[in-house]
Design a protein around this ligand. Structure first.
Ligand SMILES: [Zn+2]
Length: 258
């Protein structure tokens, strides 16, 4: 076969295709997102079957096709099985993968997103505080895309928003607002502003150590709304994630989340 190549990749999406095939969206280490066909994978004796599960990280051997590439072989490095077996973890991981799928163009050069996604999946698998992991992921992914909200000065008047102010995040304004400029926007607590500022420079090792609880829930809800605004659409997986987060946290009265 002409045009075989190898790449390390994570499976972002899997969709049935034709009678026995699946269409697989891969996020590759070197060349961004690639759509590839896993031929015959739904047949019982397919050698590919074990390797084409969503969230799996593997070394893929692909052949170049005219319109679609095809998966010839895969060697699994980490299957992240727990993310598929635990419904809460699955809801978070699905959202992370769908958001990445939406943000990444096909064959984009890697901008750090590949490494971010595999570290995020590992953190969702290993840690209990899934909101904390998601909060860090959202801030990183917004930063890579050039949409990181302004979190120090008011985006309306330019004055510094001091510690102890309530958090008002304006998606259309691109950042926080001070008390004078709030207008109709809903606000979250002062602790939420402090946590947001802290999470911008945080990493996933924190997720095993700090307990941010309901404040964290507020911050993640605001960041999810922020991301929805920039995508100009709601992700399918966000409905499921909202239900899981509300059931788990029970922190219903979050300003600005709904
Ligand atoms: Zn202001």
């Amino acid at each position: 076969v002409v045009g075989l190549y190898r790449t390390r990749a994570v499976v972002l999406r899997v969709k049935d295709f034709g009678e026995a095939d699946r269409l697989v969206t891969l996020l590759t280490a070197e060349s961004g997102k690639v759509q590839a066909l896993a031929k015959g994978v739904r047949r019982p004796k397919s050698k590919l079957a074990g390797g084409i599960s969503i969230f799996s990280l593997g070394d893929f051997q692909l052949w170049q096709g005219k319109s679609l590439d095809g998966i010839k072989q895969v060697e699994i490095i980490e299957s992240y099985r727990l993310l598929r077996e635990n419904i809460e973890k699955m809801a978070y991981a699905s959202y992370v993968c769908e958001l990445t799928d939406q943000l990444q163009g096909e064959r984009d050069a890697d901008s750090g997103v590949f490494s971010l996604v595999i570290h995020t999946l590992a953190a969702l698998q290993d840690y209990e505080d899934l909101d904390l992991v998601l909060g860090i992921f959202l801030l990183r992914v917004l930063s890579i895309g050039g949409y990181l909200p302004e979190i120090n000065v008011c985006v309306s008047c330019g004055s510094v928003v001091p510690i102890g102010s309530s958090l008002v995040l304006s998606a259309s304004g691109g950042g926080i607002l001070c008390a004078d400029c709030i207008r109709g926007e809903k606000s979250a607590s002062a602790e939420a502003l402090s946590l947001l500022r802290f999470l911008v420079n945080a990493d996933y090792r924190l997720a095993g150590r700090i307990k941010a609880g309901s404040v964290n829930y507020q911050v993640v809800s605001l960041l999810m709304n922020y991301v929805t605004y920039y995508l100009e659409k709601r992700l399918k997986s966000s409905d499921f994630l909202d239900i899981i987060r509300e059931e788990k946290g029970g922190f219903k009265s979050v300003n600005g989340s709904k």
